[in-house]
Design a binder for this molecule. Structure first.
Ligand SMILES: NC(=O)c1ccc[n+]([C@@H]2O[C@H](COP(=O)([O-])OP(=O)(O)OC[C@H]3O[C@@H](n4cnc5c(N)ncnc54)[C@H](O)[C@@H]3O)[C@@H](O)[C@H]2O)c1
Length: 440
């Protein structure tokens, strides 16, 4: 099939690449000239394991293209995915300007019947707005071309996006057209050979499904963080409690790891957007608001522990930070707990030596830009030299089994704040470390 994907970010680029890998002809269109230049120059603008070699192969075969020319991309396609950002607006609602601008372009440039597939995460009712935008453009052109609007929320996880996309737990399709169901089923067939979990529903339910999924996962994280905080106060160990509850098949082990709070491009904005939608419909979402409140508090827990150990005045202190990305296997730093923790420590006078092999660039150019008390190094051992303590914030694999002997030699004080409960206190204790963890 001939496909246009508008927005070549984490979702759009993965979507376009996986669809091209299955043999479709895919135009990835973005308004960001630098991103498109990079892609056309053979470089991938984001770090996502496995993505680059697939793009290289698709380009070599000649069925994946990158352009800022939306007219060319749309007019050559019969299916058009909208996968642009829906960031949090000032009032907490999803900012739909990019989605609606993409819809406008589709109406302007489509040359045949079009399946308009919304993959961006959007509030209930957005499909109607998209439909109106496309229709308005067609009316302005005096065109009687027809189109279907389909909601197809994306559930991929950054860091495992290729596998999630090509082996989805489920594909959700919201539409009122049987023809659209048939086309989407054919498009997704190569990726559903094992599960056949293709779920068709009305558009509003599909839009809601994405928010409900993210809100559920965020709730699990805030729940376990709250239990961890209680554990600390009563003298229980969250690691044991996690095992105790996770073994209950009704609860399960996934998403109940305590930590420094959730971040990323989705959970914070999506929970907030759902809260906003509920309020617009005169419902006060007490649980969701608490999920957010617990998370906001959790982002300060590690810095609070540092201050409890070293005092509120951190002038003259130097701390090593391992990991900046909001989770391992991605360079994404949107809403990452590292931002809150580092800013809090430097505001108290500390200097930070940070190491993250993939996210350093994002930190430098955007998320920690201007914070002159942060320096970056290119190895985990360089970060700890003369440090008063080490903070583990993102659990990249390379941090799992460090050479503790080497750490003791390099650090000023053998103190670790383990924000992801990665280390075994018995092992670190053998090397003389003071270890602070979450919920222990
Ligand atoms: N990142 C994730 O893990 C993830 C997972 C599931 C769903 N989502 C949702 O998918 C959507 C996209 O997320 P993302 O992380 O890929 O965002 P992103 O910021 O990485 O990418 C969005 C891209 O859209 C481009 N863009 C904006 N307006 C445009 C326009 N009018 N025409 C063409 N390009 C335009 C931007 O330049 C950018 O490159 C969001 O709604 C998000 O909530 C994201």
């Amino acid at each position: 099939m001939k496909i246009c994907v508008i927005g070549a970010g984490y979702v759009g680029l993965v979507t376009g690449t996986c669809l091209a890998d299955a043999g479709n002809t895919v135009w990835c269109a973005d308004i960001d000239q630098d991103k498109i230049d990079m892609l056309n120059g053979g470089n991938t603008p984001i770090f996502e394991p496995g993505l680059e070699p697939m793009i290289v192969e698709n380009v070599r075969r000649g069925n994946q293209f990158f352009t800022t020319d939306l007219q060319k991309a749309i007019s050559n396609s019969e299916i058009c995915f909208i996968s642009v950002g829906t960031p949090m607006g000032e009032d907490g609602s999803a900012d739909l300007q990019y989605v609606l601008s993409a819809a406008e372009s589709i109406g302007k440039f489509m040359t045949r019947h079009m399946y308009v597939v919304d993959k961006s995460t959007v509030p209930v009712g957005t499909a109607d707005l998209v439909r109106r935008r496309v229709q308005d453009q067609l009316v302005m052109r005096g065109s009687n071309l027809t189109f279907d609007v389909i909601s197809n929320p994306e559930f991929l996880k950054e860091g495992a996006a290729i596998n999630d996309w090509t082996h989805p737990d489920r594909v959700v399709i919201g539409t009122d057209s049987q023809d659209a169901v048939d086309v989407m089923k054919a498009l997704y067939k190569p990726f559903l050979l094992k599960t056949e979990n293709f779920i068709v529903m009305d558009i509003k339910s599909a839009e809601m499904t994405k928010y409900a999924a993210n809100a559920m996962l965020a709730t699990k994280i805030s729940f376990i963080n709250e239990i961890a905080n209680i554990c600390e106060r009563v003298g229980a160990d969250i690691k044991m409690v996690r095992k105790g509850i996770g073994s209950d098949s009704r609860i399960g082990y996934s998403f109940i790891y305590p930590g420094c709070g959730y971040g990323g491009s989705c959970f914070p904005k999506d929970v907030q957007a759902l809260i906003n939608t509920a309020r617009q419909f005169n419902y006060e979402p007490r649980l969701l608001q608490s999920v957010e409140d617990v998370n906001a508090h959790q982002k300060h827990v590690l810095a609070d522990k540092v201050k409890a150990r070293f005092g509120d005045d951190l002038n003259g202190r130097m701390f090593a930070v391992w990991g900046l990305a909001f989770k391992p296997e991605t360079d994404d730093m949107r809403e990452a707990p590292s931002i809150t923790i580092i800013n809090e420590l430097t505001a108290a006078g500390a200097k930070i030596i940070a190491y993250d092999a993939k996210a350093e660039h994002e930190a430098r150019i955007c998320y920690l830009k201007g914070n002159e008390n942060v320096a970056y190094v290119d190895s985990k051992y360089a970060a700890v030299r003369d440090a008063d303590a080490l903070l583990l914030i993102t659990e990249w694999k390379e941090f799992r089994s460090p050479d503790f002997d080497e750490l003791v030699k390099l650090m000023k004080h053998p103190v670790i704040f383990d924000g992801r409960n990665q280390y075994d206190p018995i092992i670190t204790g053998k090397y003389g470390f003071e270890l602070y963890q979450i919920g222990v």
